[in-house]
Design a protein around this ligand. Structure first.
Ligand code: NAD
Length: 367
């Protein structure tokens, strides 16, 4: 298969982790007989430095022409007080909008070797394996009217939580299709006891469920879901929710994995004529200025994002499983960066990337 991938390393540790993730991508392609073609573009602080714009037109073109985009992270402390449209983070919103990615997927799974890194009791986390599907382009973050008006005692602020039927349907279909390839269970999260918006959400999700009789659907209120995520995380397979609830719940789910450096994410849009699904893949973490440039960052979130790309954009589930398997072997071997609290000397970012490549080679040779 031909994999046409855009790399956007961005700022800080984004550069270091993307370099390791790209190394793993090339390794997978060699091992499993794919042809990978990568181009590199500018996004975030580095793009502001070179072009004055966090999301240059050239990057937009490159992203629209690629089958999938792998992003590192954006953000530099020197821009912390810059106006919003001159901040690196504006580049993230720009590329998400340009690609029309409407569903954000965050796989959360526990690795045995990292059970002690999770703040939850081992027996609660051991075996947890879920994916949170968050609607990304609607709801309270985009609804109008919005804004602050009036003065003094008359001052008021308004945000609007709005969803249309088609917006709910397309993300619900995504969740049910994912569940079909997993343990065939969707849990839809809403606040339908209070919000009309959630009542429509629940009704539409239930209707979509009718097209997937092989997948079980249950509904849960968001407050109960927040509690169940830490009390009983193993009960979840695919968690489907709207933008605001998903933003909060996915960070709560992140705790299960032990370190923010472990977490991949995928933001998906429509299918292209080539059959590849438009996808933007990035680790969940930021640019971590405190450890940038020191070869200390954990690259496994970025490497997991490559696995997600293989699975969701290119439909290469077996290759993706090989990457997850190689990551697990590396974790078991103890070759981990400082954030995972190794017993001895921590490995560097590049040593972890090399170890994943070696484990992949061993898997390919024995296949
Ligand atoms: P951060 O995720 O960059 O860092 C939080 C903490 O986690 C830091 O102590 C950092 O050292 C550690 N950490 C993060 N990733 C790690 C990794 N892979 N390995 C080891 N340790 C890791 O969040 P922050 O400090 O709040 O933000 C820093 C900058 O990143 C800001 O400019 C922020 O706007 C930006 N940011 C960008 C994204 C993104 O690009 N998607 C996401 C979040 C934050």
């Amino acid at each position: 298969m031909k994999l046409n991938v855009l790399l956007l390393p961005g700022d800080g540790i984004g550069v270091e982790v993307t370099s390791e993730a790209a190394k793993v991508l090339r390794h997978v392609a060699d091992a499993f007989g794919h042809q990978v073609s990568t181009r590199e573009g500018l996004l975030g602080g580095v793009a502001i430095h070179k072009t004055g714009n966090p999301f240059p037109d050239e990057t937009r073109e490159l992203a629209l022409n690629a089958d999938a985009t792998l992003l590192g992270a954006v953000g530099l402390p020197e821009f912390d007080h810059a106006p919003p449209d001159k901040r690196p983070e504006r580049g993230l919103l720009g590329i998400r909008k340009a690609l029309g990615v409407y569903a954000n997927l965050r796989p959360v799974r526990s690795y045995r070797a990292l059970l002690d890194s999770s703040p939850l009791k081992n027996e609660l986390v051991d075996g947890a394996d879920m994916i949170i599907v968050r609607e990304l382009t609607g709801g309270l973050y985009y609804g109008t009217p919005r804004g602050i008006s009036g003065n003094g005692a008359e001052e008021r602020a308004v945000n609007t939580m709005t969803y249309t039927r088609p917006e709910i349907e397309r993300v619900a279909h995504m969740a049910f299709q994912l569940a079909r390839k997993r343990r065939k269970k969707v849990t839809s999260v809403d606040k339908s006891n209070v919000l009309e918006n959630s009542q429509l959400w629940r009704r539409v999700v239930s209707e979509v469920a009718g097209e997937y009789p092989d997948v079980a659907l249950d509904h849960i209120l968001v407050d109960n879901c927040a509690m169940q995520l830490v009390l009983s995380p193993k009960r979840f397979d695919v968690v489907l929710t709207e933008n605001l609830f998903g933003d909060i719940l996915s960070d709560e789910g992140a705790v299960l994995a032990g370190s923010i450096g472990m977490l991949p994410s995928a933001s998906l849009g429509a299918k292209k004529a080539s059959g590849a699904r438009i996808g933007l893949y990035e680790p969940v973490h930021g640019s971590a200025p405190d450890i940038a440039g020191q070869n200390k960052a954990n690259p496994l979130g970025a490497i997991g994002s490559v696995a997600a790309m293989l699975e969701y954009s290119f439909g290469l589930s077996e290759d993706a499983q090989s990457v997850y398997g190689a990551v697990e072997e590396v974790l078991n071997s103890g070759c981990v960066t400082a954030d995972l609290k190794p017993k001895g000397k921590p490995a560097t970012t590049s040593e972890v990337g090399d170890a994943v490549c070696e484990a992949l080679s061993a898997r390919a040779a024995s296949a």
